[in-house]
Design a protein around this ligand. Structure first.
Ligand SMILES: [Zn+2]
Length: 368
């Protein structure tokens, strides 16, 4: 396990590698982004919007998947206020929303004066898939990722919306992929059922079956293809900066976490909509030796708002905190006993990078 010499990302992150100079592929894509002609990209998006606007008769021009977060505010603002599109927002509603998450989702509707469809998945099925994904993959949110992509594609199909505008291309922004095929990869999101080598069929049992998982399965590919439905990432057309989105959304009434950042977090406005994802993210720490503090500090470094020295200090201060705030609700939701939870934790701890020091689990390769 080695760390990038420019940011603090370790090379254990899937898809990230360090080059001979010790610089990670995510930092290299940040460099490449600086050479992009963003005005030209913005013009490309304007052109697409001009083509689509009104082409659907009295129907919607554009579907924007939203969680209620700062980036959702930015996406809706861009489509509605800047490009004057008739926007349909869609939220695949998390089961354990925070008060801030509920308020922020309502705020998108009222601030931007748009229609919102909420898809609430039946609890029996979501809980069952999440629990199995937790025990077998250490990744309960697999279920949510699956339903977000497939659910959005379903709604786009049902309402015959000609365009889906996603936010950020995670593979490019964080994974270090520098491909210019970002536009094309967004096409996959509305046609591809495969999430991390699994489709929902893997989870089929006595209650999880074809008819109870409509929102976990994409509509037939041929049908979407024949519609010419466009699916694009806004991060391809605009220089994506989460902090700027926070500032913009704040002006429109978005609120950060009232009690400040969660354990292990540096920011109080990142992924604050719901209560079940934090443990999921913390499992990255067991598997790959990094989680929220590293992600959040890297982001600040890439955008010129933090030095590496400051990041090293903060990550070391924060990374061993456990996000216990919602543990009780996490256990209750999945009907898992706490003892059972900790045994799953040990199952996913990567002993290549972890060892015990003075009775406490510590990374073998400290960040310095
Ligand atoms: Zn780096």
């Amino acid at each position: 396990m080695k760390y990038c010499s420019r940011c603090v990302m370790p090379d254990t992150k899937p898809g990230v590698h360090l080059d001979p100079e010790g610089i990670c592929s995510a930092c290299r894509s940040v460099e490449k982004k600086k050479n992009i002609d963003w005005q030209e990209r913005a013009d490309q998006l304007r052109k697409i919007c001009d083509e689509i606007r009104g082409s659907n008769g009295n129907g919607y021009d554009c579907l924007v998947p939203v969680s209620g977060g700062k980036d959702s505010h930015y996406q809706v603002w861009m489509m509605k206020a800047v490009h004057k599109m008739n926007v349909l927002a869609v939220c695949i509603v998390p089961h354990l929303q925070t008060a801030e998450g509920i308020a922020n989702l309502n705020n998108i509707v009222s601030s931007f004066n748009i229609d919102l469809i909420k898809v609430s998945l039946r609890p029996g099925v979501l809980k069952r898939i999440r629990a199995k994904a937790f025990f077998e993959m250490g990744e309960p949110n697999w279920a949510d990722h699956c339903s977000v992509f497939a659910g959005v594609a379903r709604v786009a199909q049902m309402y015959r919306v000609p365009m889906v505008l996603w936010g950020e291309d995670i593979a490019v922004e964080f994974g270090g992929k520098t491909s210019d095929k970002r536009v094309a990869s967004a096409e996959d999101l509305i046609r591809n059922d495969l999430i991390k080598d699994k489709t929902v069929e893997y989870f089929f049992d006595d209650i999880v079956n074809a008819s109870s998982t409509v929102f976990y399965k994409h509509p037939p590919k041929e049908e979407l293809l024949s519609r010419n439905l466009r699916s694009v990432y806004l991060s391809y057309y605009h220089n994506w900066d989460g902090y700027k989105h926070y500032e913009l959304s704040h002006k429109f009434g978005f609120q950060g976490r009232a009690k400040g950042p969660l354990s292990g977090n540096i920011l109080d406005y990142d992924n604050i909509d719901e209560k079940l994802c934090e443990i999921n993210i913390w499992f990255k720490f067991l598997k790959f030796g990094f989680w929220r503090p590293t992600d959040q500090c890297c982001y600040q470094i890439w955008n010129g708002r933090m030095t590496r020295e400051e990041a090293v200090k903060l990550v070391n201060q924060k990374q061993y905190e456990f996000p216990g705030e919602y543990l009780k609700e996490f256990l209750e939701y999945h009907s898992i006993a706490e003892k059972e939870f900790w045994s799953v934790v040990e199952k996913f701890r990567n002993l290549d990078i972890w060892h015990k020091v003075g009775g406490q689990w510590r990374l073998k390769f400290p960040l310095e």
